[in-house]
Design a protein. Structure first.
Lengths: 335, 335, 335, 335
């Protein structure tokens, strides 16, 4: 038997994401009061949040900024050795920035950019969540109490970012981080890579790269949070409607990933997905599923079509002035 | 064709229930913070609550008392004429008490006892809920906002009371109120009526009479609140576990009624059921379903068996001193 | 107190519906193999079907015809006396036709038209379902086994028909049958009645009249079948997609009725809704909810918008030749 | 930083399981007609089945035998090199048997025993499922159609086996296969290892070892199949009840794993679990959750208690004669 190259398996999972918001109070109301995420820490212009099932102290950093968008994306390595191997690979690309002493919740990390200038970092040392007494769960294997209030998102699932060159960014994530390619949308008889979905774990995707129709830098398409049941997504739609949260699309089922989804805009302007279902990828020789113009359709298996905004809107929005966010997002008074 | 007597159709529905509690603060925390019921009014030793889907201003009156149990049970008539007809029928039995000027939420009512001395009343004038601005739903046909916090019970469904003589009480409710008999448990080859389930609407039952194994007066077995989905019952179980609420039985499926249920004790000691599913009865000539020792089993279609406490415990509990409630119910500090 | 007129309460429920299909084999495959309805009887060009929870022997008569559409609509009275009262009222309108000896499943009935010439009948004698041994449920209060195959619709819920004059038809059903008016869509500052939803039971609506934009006679908009859980609607969408059934809209939530729905076309061309949720109406003095252009929107509370076909397509379709049905409905080979 | 040893990550996932049955026709009816698994192949005394979401040609081999139980357990390696590494490790223990040419669905494999003599094998080459035309899904990333009939299990999740020495078997699986230890039940102040739950993927566990209270060899406690939704487990309970399948426990929620479960006996006598929920383990430094007598309780978070049979019954059952299976399992005539 010929010896084929073994896969890189150095990334444990998508660790945390920093979102930027020009309306920090309203955004916090959305993530805490509506989604039911716990506030683990606050420092400077940032609040650190977590889903009730996240093992880490924090998985979402919410930071005040002139424009919405993604601040940085953190990847956890499986071991210190794996961290070193990935840093070495990144440094060879010229996209490395250097080591940092870390942040609330995790230790030293190596910072870098992807080819589209999304800020990323990789680290191994992570602080596990230690709940205060009143938040201790009656389940010994649950990091904190299942929340009785709000939608009750369990954990970060994935994010989707826009970029000018999907192939370049996808290749960087495969080669330097060892992410596995799950699905792709390729148009023009294989010539135009529209989007690529990748993951380090059996979870279908932790990051997706999709082409930026406006050709801007380092934008966020959406950030996605997991709920355990399709019933939770339906309940989330009722809660969004009653609380003035803009629903852009769903509840519907994706064809890509098979997941059941609901897209909202948080008050700062970032698109946030409530997400469940989908399929886990166990095959070590999984063959990437490729969709073309015809079989991709509009990305929906059943449920309402995705509106034009789903293709055209991302954060920061090129048409909004700094500090204003998107003008047509309903303004909500946070309580 | 022989002219058979036409059915009485004078009761619109079970209108409201008053529960007594020796721990009013904890009980209010249970109904408001955990179940998500809205507080419509407070007066004297009572707080008036409602489910988000109840059209009436209030459907649950929670009153401080030395012992838990049911205070009174209110029935709404379909019309003023129907009210008069029912009062006339009740007065003939000698169980009538007299007219009262009503209470918060409804107008004049006629008070009476059932043969087991449960306090009841019947009325027509009822105040519809008029939500404050911040509780107005985005659905024009929903009386108030779907609550984002807590279990989110939609409405009162039914209650079950204990009595010494099921046949006498069941017959009174059929003859005087015109309730329809849905299901019965009859043991000893038809000789012993153990329980009877009745309703004025297609809802399977609004009141059940079950024999009191302790032979006490006017006790409550359970009060039942409706949620829309079986998923909501499962979520309720998680919320109960995380908040120190005692789960006595379920989530499981009844054979009688086919409903999906979860029994808890509210901190005052009353058994409260979270309930959904079941079947609606549309047939005007519905034949009462009768269960005997063999086919009744323990009343569970699937899911865990009902514990002994389900048969032996009711409120007030004969073994608890006044003002103490049941001693083995977890004490919870209300917030 | 002034004596106001008491409501008519003579109709027990929508009893059965006859659907016409130019593709009887494919339609039967849809209702039996896909929806999981049981075949109770076959006779002539008709097959008689039932949901597993229907108490009557049959609730859906499927009849071969040149064009799809609704054959007739059967209403069950609460008593023989009620039947006589309703017949007397109908005869006064000149829309009565006369008595018939009945059909499989029910006894003598009085036939009539509504003002838009939809064929209707009213009856009291109905045959209860008596399942063969292998279809007896392990639940004594369930008419037959819960089906393990197919979507598993429990029972008929309602139908919506088109008409040229909503007010005339709505008034006829209120006056002659005593149906209760639940919700209305009225445009042009109250001048144009677009649709009216009515019921004889607490079920939100059993029949809706909606204006026919093509001005044709006696058309069907959709026929609706109940499933117990929102999860069943989601599963139905997966089953429809995998079996070539056209999904026109949903899964989504209506604003009117609050129900969760999925619209498909059965192979004969009729629109069939898989339906759950919604709210029960208990108030005897329920105030009809009226929607105008602004607050009606497109009738969807959340989920995808209704497509143009939802407004323009009905059966029979004026643009299809007799015997052909709608040309763009996928042709499926029944197994 | 000290260089700690990196984890073994050579196993891709639990590949397939062979179950033995003395009633092959009835067992096939259970897995195919009731659970909705597809028959991929039949050969000799075996039928090869698959869940609709399994990527491999087959994941369950059902083989006629004198006694129920587990035939063998197959593990898929992540690469040919990983296969060689694991074989080398196994051979050092003396528990290796040798290479085989494989079976339907997979290529050459290395056979071995665990210390309790459960037959196992490890392999890399696996045949992906290639559905016949009529079973091709409309979803390009789903190996076959979502089944409209039966419960619709998606894939194999895990199995639990009994053994005389949990520590020895658990250590073997950690050292030789590199499985990760998720949760343990340890009694007697840490002295008695009652059970250990392990996995090669983020799925909570793929195999559990639990102490055999009868001290027999190589027995099966249960085999577990995944459904996507808690609603599917509830539907499964209804289907089991209507089709004479014995439900031993559930629907209930485990504390260990947090999963939602339903235990049945297939007609051959093996315990089969319908399973969903639970949590995924992403932390590379996950700390094993250890339960003792007090916090373990009976293993149920909410829902009915596990009956004694759950502790005492396994397959083969020492009290049943060969060829008979368990005498008290309902005999069902397969269709």
């Amino acid at each position: 038997m010929l010896t084929t190259k073994e896969p890189i398996r150095d990334i444990a999972h998508l660790g945390h994401v920093e979102l930027l918001t020009p309306r920090p109070d309203e955004s916090l109301w959305y993530f805490h009061d509506i989604l039911g995420m716990e506030i683990a820490h606050a420092e400077g212009q940032s609040v650190y949040l977590r889903g009730y099932g996240d093992y880490a102290a924090t998985t979402l950093k919410l930071t005040e900024a002139a424009q919405p968008g993604v601040g940085h994306i953190g990847w956890r390595a499986v071991s210190p050795q794996a961290l070193d191997r990935r840093v070495a690979a990144i440094e060879q690309t010229g996209l490395g920035i250097g080591w940092s002493n870390g942040d609330y919740g995790h230790g030293r990390c190596y910072q870098f950019n992807d080819p589209d200038f999304h800020s990323m970092e990789i680290y191994f040392d992570e602080q596990k969540y230690d709940p205060p007494e009143e938040l201790k769960s009656t389940l010994r294997n649950l990091p904190m109490k299942f929340p009785k209030d709000g939608i009750g998102v369990r954990r970060t699932d994935h994010l989707a970012v826009l970029c000018k060159d999907v192939a370049a960014n996808r290749g960087f994530m495969q080669d330097c981080l060892g992410l596995n390619l799950r699905e792709q949308v390729i148009y023009d008889n294989g010539a135009t890579e529209i989007g690529s979905w990748m993951s380090s774990t059996p979870v279908h995707h932790e990051i997706a790269y999709v082409v930026d129709v406006k050709g801007m830098d380092a934008r966020l398409h959406h950030f996605s949070l997991w709920v355990d049941n399709r019933a939770d997504v339906l309940r989330a739609a009722d809660i969004f409607m009653e609380n003035g949260i803009f629903i852009e699309a769903g509840p519907s089922k994706h064809n890509n990933s098979q997941a059941f989804y609901l897209y909202s805009y948080e008050p700062g302007g970032n698109r946030v997905e409530i997400y469940t279902g989908g399929f886990l990828v166990f095959a070590p020789d999984f063959e990437t599923v490729v969709w073309d113009e015809e079989n991709r359709g509009n990305g929906v298996y059943w449920g309402g079509a995705l509106p034009d905004s789903f293709l055209n809107y991302a954060t920061p929005d090129g048409e909004a002035a700094a500090g204003e966010g998107r003008k047509d997002i309903p303004v909500i008074d946070p309580r």
